[in-house]
Design a protein. Structure first.
Length: 91
């Protein structure tokens, strides 16, 4: 068991050094999207990353009608919104 843990830690350290680990992990807040925006629910596939960022800004500012997204989006800064949108679109 210790050998496996040591290998996992070594692999994580190696990947972190290359940036691969950071690229594979979702940015803060991104996992909250999957509750409603799963494949079976409200898909974001049709939107570009810039459209997602704009929608989040509109939700934050109150210029876009929402039942829940206004409260969720208010928890993200603009840079966080950009990171989330890029991650969702695989950029």
């Amino acid at each position: 068991m210790l050998a496996v843990c040591a290998r996992v830690i070594a692999l994580a350290a190696t990947l972190a050094g290359t940036g691969a680990l950071a690229d594979s992990l979702p940015p803060a807040g991104a996992t909250s999207c999957s509750g409603c925006h799963s494949a079976q629910m409200l898909s974001l596939d049709a939107l570009s990353a810039s459209e997602i960022v704009r929608a989040l800004e509109e939700f934050r500012s109150g210029t876009r009608d929402a039942t829940l997204m206004d409260r969720i989006a208010s928890g993200f800064t603009e840079p966080e919104s950009v990171a989330i949108a890029a991650w969702l679109k695989g950029e």
